[in-house]
Write a protein that binds this ligand. Structure first.
Ligand SMILES: *[C@@H]1O[C@H](CO)[C@@H](O)[C@H](O)[C@H]1NC(C)=O
Ligand SMILES: *[C@@H]1O[C@H](CO)[C@@H](O)[C@H](O)[C@H]1NC(C)=O
Ligand SMILES: *[C@@H]1O[C@H](CO)[C@@H](O)[C@H](O)[C@H]1NC(C)=O
Length: 581
């Protein structure tokens, strides 16, 4: 029996018995989502396939033989095997103390020691049930940066769910920002203030100290490590970064079982959340064991694993994912005093899956107060809060062991192609791009997928390395791994995704190394690019090379790299929102 069967058991057992009042009735459409074929055959909730049923019984027998209190994942099974009260009784146990090694093992205040006798082991049966099935994003990792197809894994795997249309998905019901002109900062809704902490700590005082220090940042005239034109204000960035290095302490919650927690996925298009998790959990400098000293609290879950383990294929609802996250937050806010102190405002999570923002919607404080580092940084959805949340770069890693492999590209003078794009026709922008520019103009190399007659001579990556401009239109959602990819291959990105907040926009000045084109201007794309003077292009291309280092993953993080940039943006958000008396 293959892993697909295990996964299907897992899905069935997770399925909630009654639809949530918030999400029900609107489940006809979902945003795009990889729906691997084997699951589709098992999509109906109660239609357990014969081979899965055998495994259910075997797994059930194994787990029922174990005392409930010893098994943190018992509730996973309870959904279909036990009575509802048992489910509720056991509900909190699923998050308790995973066996995963975590550097953060808090000395608990004595009032919390009551919980100490709770389970701390994941049983063999659990790991059988929780084995993630092969990820579509993993299959294309051939260990090579050179490939013949556009690396649009996310989109390639969406063929199965193509009929879902973005505009009528259930989650759109929560839109609250509609009517604002997102491109005009003056018309943005006011940034909400973070709740005032219930009591103050030495860490709060350090944040206030940092805030004052940044406001009085000494002017930086020439820092060999920081290329000033890339930044909104290089003096502010340097001071803020320096204070982060000196002061910042992060507490990582130890609770939560693999694979949703503490289980980083290092390749594919969601790699940035996995790399961040791995490097954060392994960090010696910033992680603190005593939560009372922390400025920030990291919620170490993976949005990709959430989808992978809890989404019921064909169900068209992300309800189980949202409920899971709500229960997790309820659990940590009951077990520890830290969440309630700030109502979640000093907590953060890092999520690259498209659904990351939406899974917060059943928990008000999580959605409104927590710092969300999201690839899907779309202002028009009403979840991402500009100035509070962090736009997380989507980085597609083909070779996790050698993240720097293949980086670089031709010098500006040798870039013979004006503009390049190849990829599938997802979302609202790409069909228009293809309609106007596909096969119409020798300078505009715009394809849906690269034809074989072309890849034989020049593959996808070689195209990026030989083009002046790399067109990065949104897919189903605003973000695209192409933006960072263009930076890796030293091609000036041309971003077409209205309402997208660009990564690290709090620190970086994207006009120095990219072109943002409004969606409505796609028909004028060539003219817009040709009107950019040659010296301005040369500046941007030079700046792309300079900004590269801020987007690179290193197995051992180095100063100013992408790991530190993400952490810095979270730090900066918290510093900016701490209230001074
Ligand atoms: C950068 O910020 C510093 C400190 O707030 C300020 O003094 C300086 O004028 C700013 N520089 C620019 C170019 O805006
Ligand atoms: C935090 O607040 C919630 C809701 O008010 C409450 O249920 C919970 O017990 C509180 N947590 C602690 C540790 O007191
Ligand atoms: C950002 O870069 C653009 C283009 O180089 C420049 O015109 C603009 O003044 C810069 N903005 C800031 C805040 O430095």
């Amino acid at each position: 029996m293959g892993p697909g069967a295990n996964a299907s058991i897992h899905f069935h057992l997770h399925t909630p018995t009654s639809p949530s009042p918030i999400l029900s009735g609107a489940a006809a459409e979902m945003p795009h989502h990889p729906s691997p074929l084997p699951y589709k055959l098992l999509a109906r909730r109660r239609a357990v396939a014969a081979c899965a049923a055998v495994a259910v019984l075997a797994a059930a027998a194994l787990l029922l033989a174990t005392p409930a209190t010893d098994d943190p994942t018992r509730p996973y099974l309870a959904g279909s095997l036990l009575e509802k009260e048992l489910v509720e009784d056991a509900a909190s146990r699923r998050f308790v103390d995973a066996s995963s090694p975590s550097p953060a093992q808090p000395p608990l205040p004595s009032s919390l020691l009551l919980e100490n006798n709770l389970p701390s082991k994941v049983t063999a049966a659990t790991s059988m049930l929780l084995v993630p099935s092969p990820s579509p994003a993993e299959n294309l990792d051939d260990g090579s940066m050179e490939e013949t197809e556009p690396p649009d894994l996310k989109e390639n795997t969406h063929a199965e769910s193509a009929p879902f249309s973005k505009s009528s998905s259930p989650i759109r019901r929560f839109e609250i920002n509609k009517g604002h002109d997102m491109n005009d900062p003056a018309k943005l809704p006011p940034r909400p203030e973070a709740p005032v902490p219930l009591w103050s700590t030495a860490a709060d005082e350090e944040l206030i100290y940092a805030k004052k220090g940044i406001a009085n940042a000494p002017l930086v005239s020439n820092d060999p490590d920081l290329h000033a034109p890339l930044f909104q204000n290089v003096s502010v960035f340097r001071k803020s970064y320096e204070l982060m290095e000196r002061l910042l302490k992060v507490f990582i919650y130890h609770d939560g079982a693999k694979p949703i927690f503490h289980s980083p996925e290092l390749k594919g298009i969601y790699a940035s959340e996995g790399w961040f998790m791995k490097l954060m959990e392994g960090n010696q400098h910033f992680v603190v064991r005593d939560p009372n000293r922390a400025h920030l609290f990291y919620l170490p879950y993976s949005s990709r694993q959430l989808e992978h383990n809890l989404y019921v294929p064909g169900s068209n609802t992300i309800e189980p994912l949202s409920i899971f996250i709500k229960e997790y937050i309820d659990f940590i806010s009951a077990k520890f005093p830290y969440w309630n102190r700030t109502k979640g405002a000093d907590h953060f999570f890092v999520a690259c899956h498209d659904w990351g923002p939406y899974t917060t919607k059943l928990h008000d404080e999580l959605r409104k107060n927590t710092i969300k580092a999201l690839c899907n940084a779309d202002l028009s959805e009403g979840v991402f809060i500009h100035g509070r949340d962090v736009s997380l770069p989507e980085t597609f890693l083909r070779s996790p062991r050698r993240p720097l492999r293949g980086i670089g590209g031709k010098p500006a003078a040798d870039r013979s192609i004006l503009a390049f794009f190849a990829g599938q026709m997802h979302g609202r922008v790409r069909p228009v791009l293809l309609q106007y520019w596909g096969g119409k103009d020798a300078d505009m190399k715009i394809y849906d997928r690269l034809p074989h007659r072309i890849t034989r001579k020049m593959n996808y990556v070689q195209h990026m390395k030989s083009s002046k401009y790399c067109v990065c239109p949104m897919g189903y959602e605003v973000n695209s791994p192409r933006i960072v990819e263009a930076i890796y291959y030293e091609c000036v990105p041309v971003i077409i995704a209205d309402n997208f907040v660009l990564p690290f926009d709090d620190a970086l000045n994207w006009s120095a190394f990219s072109v943002v084109v409004p969606e409505k201007d796609v028909p004028k794309l060539k003219q817009i690019l040709l009107e950019i003077p040659e010296d301005r292009y040369m500046d941007m291309q030079l700046n792309v090379k300079q900004v590269q280092k801020h987007f690179l993953w290193h197995p051992n993080p180095i100063k100013y790299d992408i790991f530190h940039m993400i952490l810095h943006s979270v730090w900066s958000s918290r510093v900016n929102h701490i209230q001074m008396e």
